[in-house]
Design a protein around this ligand. Structure first.
Ligand SMILES: [Zn+2]
Ligand SMILES: [Zn+2]
Length: 363
């Protein structure tokens, strides 16, 4: 079968041939219909990371996936031919207490694998096989947005982490808070936009910031969901005196992350999902001031990565709520759908403008 192959740590990507997998008795075979692309894929293509499966030099790229079940092994339960499915990405180490209880996103050993990223083939191929426990069935109405479910799962976990921290104030159960909770989202790529949607759906008053004006597709979608938008290319001061209960970073900028701590309200939490480059120059930040505020105002900074299956399921519930509230806004985040044979211009050329690029497979 055809597949998009990378050979890390060599840069580059090619459409090549690889063995078509046959499902075991407890596995399901899926024909891939589309895959979303993100910064992780671009980094792998650039040779920055990515690990082939053991004993191989190449790796099938792709982790944001959607496909259709075409074959069900005799002992594979819960799926039928024709089901639309999304597969999770991480596979546990099999040893630690989290991986042994379906929470490999909290793996303690680091010996997990990830499809399309670390030690396991991804989904940018005509077919893949997988065990049912790693598959999530997509209801029909979400078919056009379901390729966003993997990045949405990452957001679901991160927002859950943040709200758990906020819950530590133990507001009396059943008592409505006396004002809406305020959230600030930094970055309006797919992760930032999905975070804005989830937080708005959870009744946060949402403000999102990026380095663009009000005419972009992201700004337009933000106004659709009733979120505020600010261009912070000249700094966070455009936000005036505003502070926030939950600040969600989706930029990967360490400088901005430290700056964002100044926007935390009393008892606030900064959730960091963007991955800063670790080898950059030393930063000069007011460390004493940041930690002083952290203590005196009960603030927290929490990092969040990956997501387990229950966050994919939470994502499906939110897709239903997004549709109820705002119509097709989720599928509008997919700005480009291109045939996967165009992989060269999409993955090797300049990054396309817009929120999410999706490669369609099977032509
Ligand atoms: Zn991704
Ligand atoms: Zn583990």
């Amino acid at each position: 079968m055809r597949a998009l192959l990378v050979t890390p740590p060599k840069a580059g990507v090619r459409l090549g041939e690889t063995a078509e997998p046959a499902p075991g008795r407890d596995e399901v075979k899926v024909r891939v219909t589309e895959c979303g692309l993100c910064g992780t894929d671009r980094d792998i293509v650039a040779g920055k990371y990515g690990t082939p499966p053991e004993g191989r030099t190449d790796l099938v790229l792709g982790h944001e996936n959607l496909g259709k079940v075409i074959e069900v092994g005799a002992e594979a339960r819960g799926f039928h031919v024709g089901d639309d499915v999304v597969a999770t990405v991480r596979r546990g180490c099999g040893v630690c207490r989290f991986c042994r209880t379906q929470r490999s996103d909290f793996c303690e050993t680091g010996f997990f694998t990830e499809r399309g990223i670390k030690g396991r083939d991804g989904y940018l191929s005509e077919y893949y096989v997988e065990r049912p426990e790693y598959l999530v069935r997509v209801p029909r109405p979400h078919r056009l947005s379901a390729v966003l479910l993997e990045p949405l799962s990452v957001v679901e976990k991160a927002v859950t982490q943040g709200t758990r921290v906020l819950d530590r104030m133990e507001i009396a159960p059943g008592k409505a808070p006396n004002r809406p909770r305020k959230a600030l989202v930094a970055g309006t790529g797919a992760i930032g936009m999905l975070a804005a949607l989830v937080l708005a759906s959870e009744e946060f008053e949402v403000t999102a910031v990026d380095r663009h004006g009000d005419k972009t597709p992201a700004a337009t979608r933000l106004s659709t969901i009733g979120a505020h938008h600010f261009n912070v290319s000249a700094g966070l001061s455009v936000l005036g005196e505003q502070r926030f209960d939950l600040v969600f970073d989706a930029t990967g900028s360490a400088v901005l992350d430290f700056d964002l701590t100044s926007r935390l309200g009393t008892n606030g939490v900064l959730v960091v999902t963007g991955i800063p480059y670790g080898g950059g120059p030393m930063l000069s930040v007011p460390g004493g001031e940041i930690l002083r505020r952290l203590v005196l105002q009960n603030q927290a900074i929490v990092g969040s990565v990956n997501a387990n299956r229950r966050y994919f399921e939470a994502g499906l519930r939110h897709l239903t709520d997004f549709r109820r509230r705002w119509g097709t806004v989720a599928e509008q985040l997919i700005s480009h759908r291109r045939p996967w044979t165009d992989y060269g211009s999409v993955l090797l050329g300049a990054r396309p403008e817009g929120i999410k690029t999706v490669l369609t497979i099977g032509n």
